[in-house]
Design a protein around this ligand. Structure first.
Ligand SMILES: NC(=O)c1ccc[n+]([C@@H]2O[C@H](COP(=O)([O-])OP(=O)(O)OC[C@H]3O[C@@H](n4cnc5c(N)ncnc54)[C@H](O)[C@@H]3O)[C@@H](O)[C@H]2O)c1
Length: 261
């Protein structure tokens, strides 16, 4: 399949690692020009170098998506270095592991600031140019916890539910300008984000209880495994492609059958 991504300029927030970086690898293989933006600028640079070594045109950018000013600077750097932006993947996120009653307003703010307010900053900054040029593809990342709710992830799930509502609403506003917005909603995926959370759970639960947890999680996945970044990145690539121009405002769960709604 020709994704029509050759020479397209693609910005991936949270692109230094995990799903964002795996998507970058697939975009690079399609001949896209890439900007990897991350709050960890050194990691973004290192990730960019890994793709440059494979022959791709890539820049790394240090940017915190909770700041509108940094998002504006990020866009200017992308377009100065690579040209007009066509595709945005907003993968940056942070996670917490507390019950709602254990959490504080400072915890809610930290998560909502990145996961929801950050998505708003990224869209608000990048959409005007795409609307003007009458072409754009935007993919935001949510989570199946936004659909089902999930104990110990309440405010993260609430922020991700907000992302879904944001994307569906804005998709209605800019569809006529050739710009699509969609959401990819991963199930449990084997990235550093998940590994860090699991390491905390393992330490607090002890080996025996943690092994039982791993088994019961796997039972929830009809495909018998959790996801790998590549499973999710392939869905991102399709929704970013020229061929996906009639897909907008959708939430694509990529989750081994964990939810089927
Ligand atoms: N891994 C999973 O199991 C899973 C499940 C459901 C949804 N998701 C979603 O998929 C997306 C990617 O997840 P992942 O597992 O690859 O995460 P990850 O933690 O491996 O990568 C996220 C990246 O975002 C960056 N980041 C954090 N805050 C930022 C900020 N303010 N500005 C810019 N960059 C920032 C981090 O430095 C990191 O490099 C996220 O939106 C996440 O919520 C992941």
């Amino acid at each position: 399949m020709d994704y029509g991504l050759r020479e397209r300029v693609v910005l991936i927030t949270g692109g230094a690692r995990g799903i964002g970086f795996e998507a970058a690898r697939l975009f690079a293989a399609e001949g896209a020009k890439l900007a990897l933006a991350d709050i960890n600028g050194a990691a973004a640079d290192a990730a960019a170098r890994r793709l440059i070594d494979l022959g791709a045109k890539v820049i790394g950018i240090g940017a915190d998506i909770t700041s509108g000013a940094q998002c504006a600077e990020m866009l200017a750097r992308v377009e100065d270095a690579l040209g007009p932006l066509s595709v945005v993947v907003n993968s940056a996120a942070v996670l917490d592991d507390k019950t709602f009653l254990e959490s504080s307003p400072a915890d809610w703010k930290r998560i909502v600031n990145v996961c929801l307010y950050g998505a708003m900053n990224v869209l608000h900054t990048t959409l005007p140019g795409m609307v003007e040029r009458k072409f754009g593809r935007v993919v935001c990342m949510a989570s199946d916890s936004a659909k089902l709710g999930q104990a110990r992830l309440s405010y993260y799930a609430a922020a991700k539910a907000g992302v879904i509502a944001l994307v569906k609403s804005v998709a209605q506003e800019v569809g006529g300008a050739g710009v699509t917005l969609n959401v990819v909603s991963p199930g449990a995926t084997n990235t550093e984000l998940r590994q860090e959370r699991e390491a905390g759970l393992r330490a607090s639960m002890g080996e025996e209880k943690y092994a039982r947890r791993v088994n019961s999680v796997l039972k929830m996945y009809p495909t018998g495994r959790i996801g790998e970044p590549n499973d999710i990145a392939n869905a991102i690539l399709f929704l970013s492609s020229a061929s996906a121009g009639w897909v907008t405002g959708q939430v694509l769960s990529v989750n081994g059958g964990f939810t089927m709604t």
